[in-house]
Ligand binder design. Structure first.
Ligand code: HDD
Length: 757
C-alpha cells in the first residue's frame, strides 16, 4: 500500500523495469544511471519529453533495478560452470577411456550440456510466430476518469511501462518479415492494477465474425499440410478456396491486398484493437470504445516487387529496422486514439459494432487522442522476452470490459489456453517478461515451473487461519464486469446464429476500396491478380472475382482482366435489403491520410562511390542528410575506401552486393567522370538504379553520373511526358538547390506516377 501510495510499482521483484518514469518513481536507495548524451547535446530523457504534458520518461533501461538482477545473467569475468554451479575445467573434450577410446556415460558435464541443448526450443506460436519486441512506456495526456477508472488513464503525464510485440501472422518463426500479411500489434501495459494486453493488428477489421471459424481460417492460410508450402504467403489454393466461400472476409481481403500488408517499417504502421470494448468509470457507467494507434512517422508501405526482393536480401528487414532505430535513440512513437460511443449510438449504426469485419468510420465517430507510446529499449534477450512474452485478450483491468463480439469471446479463451502448451504450464505469468508490476496474491498453487514460494499453510479462502488473507478487494477496488441486463434479443433461446446486420458483407469492402487513391487502388488490383494467379483451381479464382463484383465491379473487372477470364456473375447476396451506409467515402482509410511530418528521420540513403567521385558535394549532402536525421551510407563495389577526386578518402559502409538498392529509401549518384565510368563497369549499378526507380524512390544524379541513368534504361520524364519530381539532376539546378529538393522528395510519398507494372 505504501508503494502504491507513493506512485511506485508495488511488486518489488519488478520495479522500474520497463521505462517507468525514474524521476517520479525511483524507489529510495536505488540509483538511476544518468541518461547518456545524444548527438546534438540532447539526452535520452530529453528525447522522450512529451510535447503534450511536458513530462519526461526514463530511457527505459535501469541497471540499478536490483531485484530482477536475480534473473539477469552477465558472465563478464566469470568462470564457466554447470547448471549446478560446478566449475568446468575443460569445455572442449568429452570424457573418454583414452584419447581414442569410447566416451563415458559418466560424463555428466557432456550430458547436461547436450540434454539442455536438446530442449532449447519451445513450440512456436500457432499464429504470429514471427515477431519482434521492444520495451517502452505509455503516457496519458489528460485524465479520462469521466469514462474509465483504469489507472493508466487517470492522470495527465502518468507513465505506464509497456512491452510491445509486432509480428506477421502466417509465417513460421524463421520466416521473412516482408511477406504480404496482416501485422500483429500487441501491447502489454504493466499498470498498477494489473496487466492489460491490447492484442491488436495493423488493420481494424478481421476475416471472420465468429471464433469458431478461426482454426479453419488458419488451416487454410498456413502452408498446405501435404507438402508444407508455401511459407509465409496467402497466395495458394487453400487460402483462397476458404476465402471465396466466406464472403464475410471480403472487407478484410481488401485490407490484406492493400499496401497495408507490406509496411515499410513496424514504426510506420497503425495499430487497432479491432473489437468494440467497454470503458467503465467509478460509478459503473460504461461506454463503448475502439482503440487506435497512430504512428508519429506516418503510415508508409513498400511496393510488392520491393517486398519480394527484400525478403531475399534481408529476411530480418523489419526486425533490424526496429532494433536499429531504438539502438540509435530514434524511438518510435505512436499516439493512442479512442473512438468512444454509446450503446444508443451503436444501435442506430447501419452495421453491428459486435461484428469484427466492420469498422467505425472516423467521420462517424472521431478518434480522440489520449496519450502516446514510446518504445525506447531493445530487449536484452530475444528468447527470454520477445519469445516468452504471453499476450492474452483476457488480460484486462478495472475500468475496462469486453463487448459481446463473438470473435472476442473465443479469443478470451484461446490466448491463455495456448500459452499453457506453448510455455509449458499454468505459471507462465511468473516469467519475468509476463509478471505484473502490481503485486500478485492468491491461492493458486503449484504446477510446472512454479517460481514463487508461497509461505504459510493456508491456500484457500475463506480462511481464519491467515486472518482471511488475501481478502476480496470489493466492488470499489476490484475488477467488476459491467452489470448490464441482457435485452430481449440477446437473452432469447440458446441459438447458433448471427444478427441480421452481420449478413452485409460488401458495404464496407466497397467503402474501403472507394476511399483509396488511384495508386492504392491499382495496387489492390495487382495484389488480387498476383495472389489469384498462384491459385491453380480456376473455379476458386472465379469465385473470388464473383465476390469482388459485389464490392466493386470496376475492381472485379481489372482482376478478371489480369487473370484472363470473363467477369463472372456476382455471388448471390445474403441480405436482400440494401444497406445505406452513413459514410460513403472515408479519406482516413487511405495510407496517404497520415504522411507524417514530411521529415527524413531514419530514412536510409545510399550514396554510390568509386575512385574519382567528387568529394565536396558528397560531404555537403551527407551533412544535410544527417542534419535531417537520415542515415546516409556510402556504398561501393567493395569494402574499404576509395579516393575522391580531390584525394580525400571515402570510407565505404556497405557494398552493392551485400546491400542491394531496394534496401534503401533513396539513392545518390556521385559526380566525377572516373567514378561514373567505374560504376558503369559494375553490373550491380544498373540493377541498383532500376530497383530504386521502379520502386518509386527518389534519385539524385550529380554531374557526370547522369549517364548512368541512361545505361539503366531510366527515362528522364514520367510516362505522360511530365517532369519526374523524384529524379533530381544537379546539372539542371546545381548542387546547392538540388540537395533541398532531394531531401523534400525523400520525405514525401513514393513517386507512383512512374509505375508501369
Ligand atoms: Fe490472435 C496470437 C491478434 C483473432 C488466437 N493474435 C495473436 C497475436 C496477435 C493477435 C497480435 C500475437 C501476440 C504476440 O505477439 O505474442 N488475433 C489477433 C487479432 C484478432 C485475432 C487482432 C482478431 C481481431 N486470435 C484470433 C482468434 C483466435 C486467436 C479469433 C482464436 C479463437 N492468436 C490466437 C492464439 C495466439 C494468437 C492461438 C497464438 C499465439 C498466442 O496467441 O499467444 O491464441
Amino acid at each position: 500500500t505504501q508503494a502504491l501510495a507513493a506512485g511506485m510499482p508495488a511488486n518489488t521483484n519488478k520495479p522500474l523495469e520497463h521505462g517507468i518514469d525514474n524521476a517520479k518513481a525511483a524507489p529510495q536507495g536505488l540509483t538511476v544511471e544518468p541518461p547518456s548524451a545524444l548527438p546534438g547535446g540532447s539526452t535520452l530523457s530529453e528525447h522522450n519529453a512529451s510535447a503534450k504534458t511536458g513530462g519526461v520518461a526514463a530511457p527505459g533501461i535501469n541497471p540499478a533495478s536490483a531485484p530482477l538482477d536475480r534473473v539477469r545473467v552477465d558472465s563478464a569475468g566469470q568462470r564457466l560452470t554447470t547448471n549446478q554451479g560446478v566449475p568446468v575445467a575443460d569445455n572442449q573434450n568429452s570424457l573418454k577411456a583414452g584419447v581414442r577410446g569410447p566416451v563415458l556415460l559418466e560424463d555428466f558435464i557432456l550430458r547436461e550440456k547436450i540434454t539442455h541443448f536438446d530442449h532449447e526450443r519451445i513450440p512456436e506460436r500457432i499464429v504470429h510466430a514471427r515477431g519482434s519486441g521492444a520495451h517502452g512506456f505509455f503516457e496519458c495526456y489528460e485524465p479520462l476518469t469521466k469514462y474509465t477508472k483504469a489507472d493508466l488513464f487517470n492522470e495527465a503525464g502518468k507513465i505506464t511501462p509497456v512491452f510491445v510485440r509486432f509480428s506477421t501472422v502466417a509465417g513460421e518463426r524463421g520466416s521473412k518479415d516482408t511477406a504480404r500479411d496482416v501485422r500483429g500489434f500487441a501491447v502489454k501495459f504493466y499498470t498498477q492494477e494489473g496487466n492489460w494486453d491490447l492484442v491488436g493488428n495493423n488493420m481494424p477489421v478481421f476475416f471472420i465474425q465468429d471464433a469458431i471459424k478461426f482454426p479453419d481460417l488458419i488451416h487454410a492460410v498456413k502452408p498446405e499440410p501435404h507438402h508444407g508450402m508455401p511459407q509465409a504467403a496467402s497466395a495458394h489454393d487453400t487460402f483462397w478456396d476458404f476465402a471465396s466461400l466466406m464472403p464475410e472476409s471480403t472487407h478484410m481481403l481488401m485490407w490484406q491486398m492493400s499496401d497495408r500488408a507490406i509496411p515499410r517499417s513496424y514504426r510506420m504502421m497503425q495499430g487497432f484493437g479491432v473489437h468494440t470494448f467497454r470503458l467503465v468509470n467509478e460509478a459503473g457507467e460504461s461506454v463503448f470504445v475502439k482503440f487506435h494507434w497512430q504512428p508519429k512517422l506516418g503510415t508508409h508501405s513498400m511496393v510488392w516487387d520491393e517486398a519480394v526482393k527484400i525478403s531475399g536480401a534481408d529476411p530480418d528487414f523489419h526486425r533490424r529496422d526496429l532494433w536499429e532505430a531504438i539502438d540509435s535513440g530514434e524511438y518510435p512513437e505512436w499516439e493512442l486514439g479512442l473512438q468512444i460511443f454509446t450503446e444508443a449510438q451503436a444501435e442506430a449504426f447501419s452495421f453491428d459494432v459486435l461484428d469484427a469485419t466492420k469498422l467505425i468510420p472516423e467521420e462517424l465517430v472521431p478518434v480522440q487522442i489520449v496519450g502516446r507510446m514510446v518504445l525506447n529499449r531493445n530487449p536484452d534477450n530475444f528468447f527470454a522476452e520477445t519469445e516468452q512474452v504471453a499476450f492474452c485478450t483476457a488480460h484486462i483491468v478495472p475500468g475496462m470490459d469486453f463487448s459481446n463480439d463473438p470473435l472476442l469471446a473465443g479469443r478470451i479463451h484461446s490466448y491463455v489456453d495456448t500459452q499453457i502448451s506453448r510455455l509449458g504450464g499454468p505459471n507462465f505469468h511468473e516469467l519475468p517478461i509476463n509478471a505484473p508490476i502490481a503485486p500478485v496474491h492468491n491461492n493458486q498453487r503449484d504446477g510446472m515451473h512454479r517460481q514463487a514460494i508461497p509461505r504459510g499453510r493456508v491456500a484457500y479462502e475463506p480462511n481464519s487461519l491467515a486472518g482471511g488473507c488475501p481478502f476480496q478487494a470489493g466492488a470499489a477496488q476490484g475488477f467488476q464486469s459491467v452489470a448490464r441486463r441482457m435485452d430481449a434479443k440477446e437473452a432469447s433461446d440458446k441459438v447458433r446464429g448471427k444478427p441480421e446486420k452481420f449478413a452485409d458483407h460488401y458495404t464496407q469492402a466497397a467503402l474501403f476500396y472507394e476511399s483509396q487513391t488511384p495508386a492504392e487502388q491499382a495496387h489492390i488490383a495487382a495484389a488480387f491478380r498476383f495472389e489469384l494467379s498462384k491459385v491453380t483451381v480456376p473455379a476458386v479464382r472465379e469465385r473470388v472475382v464473383a465476390t469482388l463484383v459485389n464490392a466493386s465491379p470496376a475492381l472485379a473487372a481489372q482482376v478478371a482482366e489480369g487473370l484472363g477470364i470473363e467477369v463472372p456473375a456476382a455471388l448471390p447476396l445474403a441480405l436482400e435489403t440494401p444497406v445505406s451506409p452513413e459514410v460513403k467515402s472515408s479519406p482516413a482509410l487511405s495510407l496517404t491520410a497520415r504522411p507524417g511530418d514530411g521529415g527524413i528521420r531514419t530514412r536510409k540513403v545510399a550514396i554510390l562511390v568509386a575512385h574519382g567521385a567528387e568529394g565536396t558535394s558528397i560531404a555537403a549532402l551527407q551533412a544535410a542528410l544527417l542534419e535531417g536525421g537520415a542515415v546516409p551510407r556510402l556504398v561501393g563495389s567493395r569494402l574499404g575506401s576509395f579516393s575522391a577526386e580531390g584525394g580525400e578518402l571515402l570510407e565505404v559502409d556497405a557494398t552493392m552486393e551485400n546491400s542491394p538498392g531496394f534496401l534503401f529509401d533513396a539513392l545518390v549518384l556521385p559526380d566525377g567522370v572516373a567514378a561514373a565510368e567505374a560504376l558503369a563497369r559494375d553490373g550491380h549499378t544498373a540493377e541498383f538504379l532500376k530497383d530504386q526507380y521502379r520502386h518509386g524512390k527518389t534519385i539524385l544524379a550529380m554531374g557526370a553520373s547522369q549517364g548512368l541513368l541512361g545505361d539503366a534504361g531510366i527515362p528522364l520524364t514520367l510516362p505522360d511526358g511530365s517532369a519526374d519530381p523524384g529524379l533530381i539532376l544537379t546539372d539542371a539546378v546545381g548542387v546547392a538547390s538540388a540537395v533541398p529538393s532531394f531531401i523534400a522528395a525523400v520525405g514525401g510519398p513514393r513517386h507512383s506516377a512512374r509505375e508501369t507494372d
